[in-house]
Design a protein around this ligand. Structure first.
Ligand code: WTA
Length: 635
């Protein structure tokens, strides 16, 4: 018998020990008892971190939508699968039952087929948080097409880069999107992006804002009329366990985003299992994750994990501050939310608002609170615990990554004793290790180091689309036989983990991962810019913000700095999106470099963070004199 649902601490320790002693048996039992398969696997796990190659449930055949939808129909067809809360509170919420979801997914899948989409084709999805977003993911999965969701806050250039990287054949978008009081011209962004893409044959457009948009003959079509004609029956494509399910791009240390590839069976098993345990999900719960499906959190814990458990999952189209800063709390009261999963940046922003926004709502339905995306500071943790959870809803501080597919380190609510800022203990099957500067694993407690994972888990990304070398290089080359996370962590005296932050060139702004390289590449396109370096520095609400140090070409000298700052941020918005704009821009005559010419971001980071007393030895720099000037003119 598998231990699918862990109920107390002793059971957790037993299950954890079993998962480490015999991982294959552990996952095999879970896969066997809690999912439907068209054919059983031949082997549970084959792996080699050197190649790297990881295969779970090889030989098995399945379709993830049969697990997320069809199997719930007999007993729970009338249960709400997706509860959609629109941007405007005056618009009615929509309840989509499992039966309706099945019909809508099948119709959509038939539309995809009628447009020539086949198994293995890539479909780019660029949609607001409306039901069609979740439905389009599932429709792709139904027919074995690989979805690549691009967060609808990315610019046309960023969208085009992602479409081209995986040669998407189709784009699914909307006429526009609502964000609070603003309407955004999504279709215009797609049109602009597609001038740089040759692989896209068709564009399906969902009507949302009724904005007047341009439709290109022979390429663009409104979705609804074709959907209306499509059959509500669509046979599920039978997939291999290791067939790709989706690509999701994340930032890296070079300009090109990394298209992380997740495959079918392992991803399904792990997201379902982790959802059940981390949220202690029970059949009548109403679960709400506020993330956007454009990020991994939305893929795993709005769509696949909850639906695989037959849960009711809430999708919210709007923003926490519209029509006022009580919107989250109003929605919790309105829908009697039981589990609420959000980001530290949202908590910090809302904690600054008047307490009336919170206290006027009845939050007594809540049982579990969650956070994800960045370290949560102690103050925000306490505010969340005291005012939202009223000290009776445990907070699960969940650590994981786009690459890990599912939650890796997290308390189990009501089971693991929580400590503010600690992600606490690994989930069953997850074997963390801390690595010291000498490259060796640090055993024992009260230690810190670089966080690695020693053994594969079912939802680990299998490759980077089109670039397996980069996958090996980024994740498996730093330490032998280990997956390197890019994060630092400490392990306290009882073995709890606390994630201390990135140890690479990724900066997390409002929960969004931003690589320094793509931003610097964008800035360097400005004709007046010679060179740039971006570092992060702390911010009350956003966690971190970006500080840019920029040297100008001769042609740029004497130009008005305020205008230059605006132009530089404009270029960043165009290349990446406004989430990557710089908070501060300091123009400087030089950037500190090593003798081999590498920019010393470490020094710039200390200056940006006002930690000048421990800059370390700068005498070995190529140009130590520039450091004084940079300090003097620090913003
Ligand atoms: C950070 C989001 C501290 C971390 C699911 C990680 C966290 C990166 C936490 C992945 C947490 C995520 N505590 N840091 N609870 N959760 N992070 O790919 O640096 O968008 O490597 O996945 O966010 O971000 P990603």
């Amino acid at each position: 018998m598998s231990n699918y649902h862990i109920k107390h601490l002793e059971e957790y320790f037993n299950v954890y020990r079993k998962s480490v002693r015999d991982p294959e048996l552990f996952w095999e039992e879970i896969a066997e008892e809690h999912f439907v398969w068209r054919k059983r696997w031949d082997t549970v796990l084959e792996w080699d971190f050197k190649k790297p190659e990881i295969k779970w449930f090889q030989g098995a055949k399945l379709n993830i939508t049969e697990n997320c939808i069809d199997r719930h129909l007999a007993a729970n067809g009338d249960k709400t699968a997706i509860l959609f809360e629109p941007n405007d509170p005056a618009e009615l919420a929509q309840q989509i039952t499992y039966k309706q979801l099945s019909e809508r997914v099948n119709q959509f899948a038939n539309v995809l087929k009628s447009k020539g989409i086949q198994k293995g084709d890539r479909v780019c999805i660029y949609l607001p948080m409306i039901p069609e977003l979740a439905i389009s993911l599932l429709a792709c999965a139904r027919i074995g097409a690989i979805h690549s969701v691009v967060f609808a806050g990315f610019s046309s250039t960023a969208l085009a880069t992602r479409i081209n990287d995986s040669d998407c054949k189709m784009v699914i978008t909307a006429d526009g999107s609502y964000r609070g009081s603003k309407a955004i011209d999504l279709k215009g962004i797609v049109d602009e992006g597609l001038t740089h893409c040759s692989s896209v044959e068709s564009v399906l457009v969902v009507k949302r804002t009724n904005a007047a948009i341009k439709m290109i003959d022979g390429r663009d079509e409104w979705l609804q009329p074709i959907l209306d004609d499509a059959s509500i029956v669509c046979e599920a494509e039978i997939m291999d366990a290791e067939d790709p399910l989706f690509i999701l791009y994340t930032s890296g240390s070079t300009g090109q985003p990394k298209g992380m590839v997740h495959t079918t069976a392992g991803y399904m098993v792990y997201t379902a299992y982790s959802f059940k345990n981390v949220f202690q999900y029970r059949p009548n719960d109403i679960y709400w994750c506020t993330a956007d499906i454009g990020w991994i959190t939305g893929h795993s814990y709005i769509v696949y994990g909850p639906l695989a458990n037959g849960a009711t999952t809430v999708m919210f189209e709007g923003v926490p501050s519209y029509p006022d800063c009580g919107r989250f709390w109003e929605i919790i009261e309105k829908h009697k939310i039981t589990q609420f999963y959000t980001a530290p940046t949202a908590i910090r922003a809302l904690a600054k608002e008047h307490m009336d926004f919170v206290t006027k709502h009845d939050l007594s339905s809540l049982k579990v609170l969650g956070t994800v995306g960045e370290p949560i500071n102690e103050e925000a943790w306490h505010w969340y615990n005291d005012n939202v959870g009223k000290k009776k809803s445990p907070i699960v501080d969940t650590w994981w990554q786009t690459e890990t597919g599912g939650i890796m380190i997290s308390p189990l609510p009501g089971i693991t004793a929580t400590i503010p800022t600690y992600a606490t203990l690994p989930l069953p099957g997850i074997q963390p290790a801390l690595i010291g500067d000498d490259g060796q694993e640090i055993k024992g407690n009260q230690v810190d180091g670089k966080l690695c994972i020693k053994f594969p888990w079912p939802s680990i990304a299998r490759t980077i689309w089109g670039n397996h070398d980069r996958y090996r290089e980024t994740y498996f080359s730093a330490y032998e036989n280990m997956y390197f996370t890019g994060d630092g962590a400490l392990r306290d005296e009882v073995g709890y983990y606390r994630i201390t932050g990135r140890v690479d060139d990724v900066i997390i702004v409002s929960g969004h991962n931003l690589g320094t390289a793509p931003i610097e590449d964008a800035i360097n396109e400005h004709p007046a810019v010679a060179e740039s370096a971006i570092v992060g520095f702390p911010h009350d609400i956003k966690g971190s913000v970006l500080y840019g140090f920029i040297t100008l070409k001769e042609t740029g000298e004497g130009r008005n700095h305020e205008n230059l700052r605006k132009e530089i941020n404009q270029i960043i918005s165009e290349h990446i999106g406004s989430i990557a704009k710089l908070d501060k821009i300091q123009f400087t005559a030089g950037l500190p470099k090593t003798r081999s010419g590498k920019i010393m971001r470490r020094i710039l980071r200390k200056i940006a963070c006002n930690e000048m007393e421990n800059l370390g030895d700068i005498s070995t720099l190529l140009n130590p004199e520039c450091v004084d000037e940079i300090i003097k003119e620090r913003l």
